[in-house]
Ligand binder design. Sequence first.
Ligand code: MN
Length: 267
Amino acid sequence: MKVFISDLHLGDGSRTDDFHRDQELLKFLEFIEREASELVILGDFLELWQADMDKVLFTHNEVINRLLSLKSRIKVTYVIGNHDYIPFIKFVNSGIGISLEYRDTENNIVAEHGHKYDIFNRYKNPLKSIKWPKGRQVSLLLASVERYLHPDTDVWMKKALENIDEFLQQALFIRNKITPTSKEYLSKGGHFGEFKDAVSNHIDKGARIVIFGHTHRHQLETVSNGIYANCGAWADGSEPTYIACHKEVIELREALSHNIIKKIPIR
Ligand SMILES: [Mn+2]
C-alpha cells in the first residue's frame, strides 16, 4: 500500500500555527510503518510562509524525528508545495527524496501538490529566482490577524471561501446561459480553475491515477480514462484524510480511524 497525505501546515506553535494533531500524526506514522510500503507527502507539510523553519522543527520535533526514522525503514518522498517551497526547492532531485512531483511509472501514478495550476499561488520561473506568489501576501496578512485578533480567522476564511466558490459556480452557470465566452473568463479566474485541465493532461499523457493536494478538499473521482484523487488536509478546519493506493483499488480514507470514505477499483 502506498499512502499519500498533504497539507498538514505544521507551524511554529504560535497563534498562527494551524496544526494541532501531533499525537494523532505520530500514531498515523506508526500505522504507516506497520502497514505501508511507501509514504508520499504531497506538499505543504511545513508552514513556511507564516513561520520560520527552525521554530517549526523545534515545535513539532517529535513528529519530525518520527518521520526521519520512518525514512530509514520505508520509501518516503517529500513533494514540496507552495508553503514549503523555499528552502526545499534547492534540494529537489538531489537524491534525498525531495521532489516537485511523484511518478510511479509501473502503476501509472502522477502526483503533485498542485499549486502550479493555481494562478494565485504559483511561483514564476521557480528554478531561476524567487518571485513570491500573490497568495503569500494574503497568507502573511492572515497570520498577523491570527496573531493579534483571533487564531481561528483562517478557519472562518476557509468557510467564507467555500461559499465564494459556490457563488462562482452559480455565477458561471447563469452567465453561461447568457454568453459562452464568460465561461473561460470565470474558469480561469477561479482558484482551482486549471486543475481539471491539469488532470486531463496527465491522463492524456498516459497517467492512470492523478493525485493532487493544495485544495484542502478530499476527493476521489473517475475522470475519462483515469482516476483523480485529492488527499485533503490535516490543518485546522479539516478532518484529516489520506489516499491509500493498492494494486487493485484506490481508497480515500479518514486518517484517524482509517475508515474508507470511498474506493474505486483500478482496473
Ligand atoms: Mn498549497
